[in-house]
Design a protein. Structure first.
Ligand code: FRU
Length: 495
């Protein structure tokens, strides 16, 4: 039975979704059907399609009581909206259906696990959110909440675990048919931990152990975990809140964290070997992964930043928030690599190549422009010249605006800067990252899709993502060097 709350959301999104022209949205990055979008949820393959749900408030371009929006795709690039899947309509989730995940039950039904939120008035007059884990069962379009919800609450947690910060379950089935789920939580020390739960059938859940503990190392609360095997290692992704910077690896605020290590399936112990950021740009959070039909591990994140997301879109624009590109993951030299989903190449048109261009001062090249492009740039010092001091690519450019990526080889620092993108708010517009290069040789691949840039460095060793709302007429691209750079450029339009 569709509740009144869900029925209203479905009616609203159907009516108002149509009023947003396609060219006012990103082209191949998923944006909400109407209103607000944050985290990807329930990213999975079900009944012959990829399903991506998302944190959703259809009625406004700001965060509000969370619903789950829903879209499906065959290639992860072209999405079709389905009706909203969940609405906050039960006593145990009346203030929000927060993030979670999905799996297919042996009988073919689709099982969603999500966090139910209920605000609780505190003695000091403030409010805290009690968070529990809940289930919904469905057929890929319509979902019915489980009659025994919530299936995990504070009664199933060890002493000291917060009942307020307990969210974002990721669930999977083991080879022996039993189920596991992990969720973010705060232990007594107030920092983050990822808890592991087991279930014989996916419906009845028991606490097992802490899979990973923050101990105040990287941010505080750890949100939105994902856990999977990749190239012989185990990867735990999570999104820490309240970080302080650590060199150029982690920055202030909410960020993303990848722990790489080993997992003993017998003892269910995860041994962390290394940690790194997932994305080094400005806008990326709460990623989830799916295993594609041909065995690739593909990740999509919310291409936004909690500290800057309330400063731009107005109600008139009709939508706010978008997902990142789907990125293929691998581990090379102990690090997480990301490359754009290879199917993106089928959207390439109008190949333009410029080889061995000498860049000194500012250079523009024939046919190198656009806001929906895939462009690879390889740079090196010009033969016979000293190492250049700085190289930059400016894009989304006209007389008024540009966004840039600039590289100083002597510092090994790559900077993304959208100060001149047209923003009128004093929010974060720059971020710097250490990158590897051999005496000034660097490879960059930029994907632009109207309102965003994702820069893949050195074949996916790092990625820097940022949204930009520059007028679409600003589609110029130029290259700048302080010193002399030798450069190859291959550019495609993405259509
Ligand atoms: C992360 C997050 C999740 C939560 C959701 C609420 O971006 O805070 O932890 O489930 O957003 O919308």
């Amino acid at each position: 039975m569709t509740s009144q709350t869900l029925w209203e959301a479905r009616k609203y999104e159907e009516a108002f979704g149509k009023t947003i022209p396609p060219q006012a949205r990103p082209d191949f990055h998923l944006s909400p059907r109407t209103g607000w979008m944050n985290d990807p949820n329930g990213f999975c393959w079900y009944k012959g399609k990829y399903h991506l749900f998302y944190q959703y408030y259809p009625y406004d371009t700001h965060w509000g009581p969370m619903h789950w929006g829903h879209a499906v795709s065959e290639d992860l690039l072209h999405w079709e909206y389905l009706p909203a899947a969940l609405a906050p309509d039960e006593v145990y989730d009346r203030d929000g259906c927060f993030s979670g995940n999905a799996l297919t039950l042996p009988d073919g039904r689709h099982l969603l696990m999500y966090t139910g939120v209920v605000r609780e008035r505190q003695a000091n007059g403030g409010c805290n959110e009690v968070q529990t884990q809940c289930l919904a069962i469905g057929d890929g379009v319509d979902y019915v909440k489980y009659e025994k919800n919530p299936v995990l609450d504070e009664s199933g947690l060890p002493e000291g675990c917060s009942r307020y910060d307990f969210r974002d379950p990721k669930l999977w089935q083991e080879e022996d048919g039993t189920y596991r789920c992990i969720a973010g939580n705060r232990p007594a020390d107030g920092s983050g931990q990822i808890l592991l739960f087991t279930s014989p059938d996916g419906f009845e859940w028991y606490y097992k152990k802490a899979l990973a503990e923050n101990h105040d190392r990287i941010g505080k609360m750890w949100e939105c975990p994902d856990f999977f095997q990749l190239d012989g290692k185990w990867v735990l992704l999570t999104s820490p809140q309240d970080m302080v910077p650590l060199g150029f690896e982690y920055h202030n605020g909410n960020g993303t964290l990848c722990l790489i290590g080993d997992y003993d399936k017998e003892t269910e112990d995860f041994t962390e070997e290394s940690n790194q950021s997932v994305d080094y740009g400005i806008d990326f959070y709460a990623p989830q992964t799916v295993l594609t039909q041909d065995g690739r591990r593909v990740m999509i994140g919310w291409m936004q930043n909690w500290d800057t997301c309330n400063h731009r879109r107005t109600q008139e624009e009709g939508w706010f928030g978008q997902m990142s590109l789907p990125r293929e993951l691998s581990i090379r030299n102990g690090r997480l690599y990301q490359t754009p989903l290879r199917e993106l190449e089928s959207m390439r048109r109008n190949k333009t190549v410029h080889k061995n261009v000498t860049v000194t001062g500012s250079v523009r090249l024939d046919d190198i422009r656009g806001r929906r492009i895939d462009m690879e740039v390889v740079i090196r010092p010009e033969e016979g010249c000293d190492l250049y001091r700085k190289f930059a690519i400016r894009f989304a450019q006209n007389d008024l605006y540009h966004t840039s990526l600039s590289f100083r080889p002597s510092e090994s620092v790559l900077k993304i800067d959208r100060k001149f993108s047209g923003s009128r708010r004093a929010i974060i517009h720059q971020r710097r990252s250490k990158v590897n290069h051999q005496e000034g040789q660097l490879k960059l691949r930029l994907i632009l899709d109207r309102f965003s840039v994702e820069a893949f460095v050195n074949d996916g060793e790092q990625v820097l993502s940022a949204v930009l709302y520059t007028d679409q007429e600003a589609e110029g691209i130029s290259f700048l060097a302080d010193g002399t750079v030798n450069m190859d450029v291959v550019k495609y339009d993405l259509i």
